[in-house]
Write a protein that binds this ligand. Structure first.
Ligand code: PLP
Length: 402
């Protein structure tokens, strides 16, 4: 019999979101009349917007014609889409052949691990999006579970005391560091000077930054960087992962991209982009052509306007949630340049607060401890909901008062 990949047995029990779903199902079964509202997972809820929808549907229809049909395309994506992404988001800092179209950021985060293999030292913000750690466990780079974390992972606490930006002195030599801004789950956005210090630290330590900008389109403060490549020196130390999921609701359509600059080299001097190209052509066969037509429409002026309106809508939800929580005296961060609000419940366990909110308000949230040890005592509220549900959930929150 084939033996099991040790990485699979080394994963800690249950991925966070299936565990939340299980608890929700259990609660529902015990309280069949409860109208549960989810402010939990970061899944989008609003329909596709008109112009982007027409890009998708026309793309699909074209496949049904002899002249418009296409089969496999370039694994790196449609040239027109790569060009449009380079122009729309990177203002001359990135060439279109450094943009690789994907079926989503999560999938690329998994495939990026193949660049570095099991020996690489990994650092993550704590708390962080679970895939950085779990993907490292799967490839064998995380070491053993100690009960509160993996011994081979450097956790960089992002807490109130450091303004949710980590102390970078612990960055491993010649390692990789996952960095997410706007951050999931804290909603914190790194400033230009903070990102400059990250690029400086990575350069000094020979580390490669894997910068997750999946929520960049939620940034409203013009002083805050939307891409790591706005920072001098980033081209030689950073890969950027991004997605159409959260800005235009493509969570189900599946479309994203990864930028690998030609300047980026491993410690041995080899080219990273050549290896990434090899990985894309070996274990990935390119993103859906239909999805890519949707992406093209999203980057036309009508699509960009819709993107702005949709992200404004979810930010409106975030403002409502944050105001409701602060009205109850609960300290929060996030929600202003990100679709997540990070609420603090000092002295309490996240899962206990999760259970209390479900019990008293019939609202599903996400326990902060699921994102890493420093997330304990926090709850993440997601702004991805219908407005009426968000308002109803906020009307119920006062039941939390002791
Ligand atoms: N990166 C972060 C920080 C996320 O929160 C998510 C989804 O929640 C993703 C990536 C996944 O994006 P995609 O839908 O493109 O796989």
């Amino acid at each position: 019999m084939a033996t099991r990949n040790y990485g699979l047995s080394n994963l800690t029990a249950g991925y966070l979101f299936p565990e939340i779903a299980r608890r929700r199902r259990e609660f529902s079964a015990a309280h069949p009349d409860a109208k549960i509202i989810s402010l939990g997972i970061g899944n989008t809820t609003e329909p596709l917007t008109a112009h982007i929808d027409s890009g998708l549907t026309e793309g699909a229809r074209r496949l049904g014609t002899a002249s418009g049909y296409s089969g496999y395309g370039d694994e790196q994506g449609l040239t027109a889409l790569r060009e449009r992404i380079a122009a729309a988001f990177y203002g001359g800092k990135i060439a279109s052949d450094e943009v690789f179209i994907s079926d989503g950021a999560k999938c690329d985060i998994g495939r990026l691990q193949l660049l570095f293999g099991p020996e690489v030292e990994v650092a993550v913000q704590d708390p962080s999006y679970p895939v950085y750690v779990d993907g490292s466990v799967l490839i064998g780079a995380a070491g053993e579970w100690t009960g509160s974390g993996y011994e081979g992972i450097t956790y960089l606490p992002c807490v109130a005391a450091n303004g949710y930006f980590p102390d970078l002195s612990a960055l491993p030599e010649d390692g990789i560091v996952y960095f997410c801004s706007p951050n999931n789950p804290t909603g914190a956005v790194a400033t230009r000077s903070q990102l400059s210090s990250l690029v400086k630290a990575a350069t000094e330590k020979g580390a490669i930054i894997i910068y997750d900008a999946a929520y960049a389109e939620y940034i409203r403060d013009p002083a805050l960087p939307k891409s790591i490549y706005e920072i001098e020196g980033a081209r030689s130390c950073a890969i950027e992962v991004n997605s159409f999921s959260k800005p235009i609701g493509f969570t189900g359509v599946r479309l994203g991209w990864t930028v690998v600059p030609k300047d980026l080299k491993y410690s041995g001097g080899e080219s990273v982009i050549e290896d990434w190209n090899r990985i894309c052509t070996t274990v990935f066969n390119g993103a859906s052509n239909i999805a890519q037509y949707g992406g093209l429409a999203a980057l036309e002026s009508a699509g960009l306007k819709e993107m702005r309106e949709l992200t404004d809508f979810y930010l409106g939800n975030a403002a409502i949630i944050r105001a409701a929580l602060e009205g109850l005296g609960i300290a929060c961060v996030g929600g202003d340049n990100a679709p997540y609000i990070w609420a603090r419940f000092p002295g309490r366990k996240s899962w206990d607060v999760f259970a209390e909110i479900l019990e008293k308000c019939h609202v599903v949230t996400t326990p902060g401890s699921g994102f890493g040890p420093a997330g304990e005592s926090f709850i993440r509220f997601s702004a991805f909901g219908h407005r009426a549900d968000v308002e109803e959930a906020c009307r119920r929150l006062p039941a939390l008062r002791p």
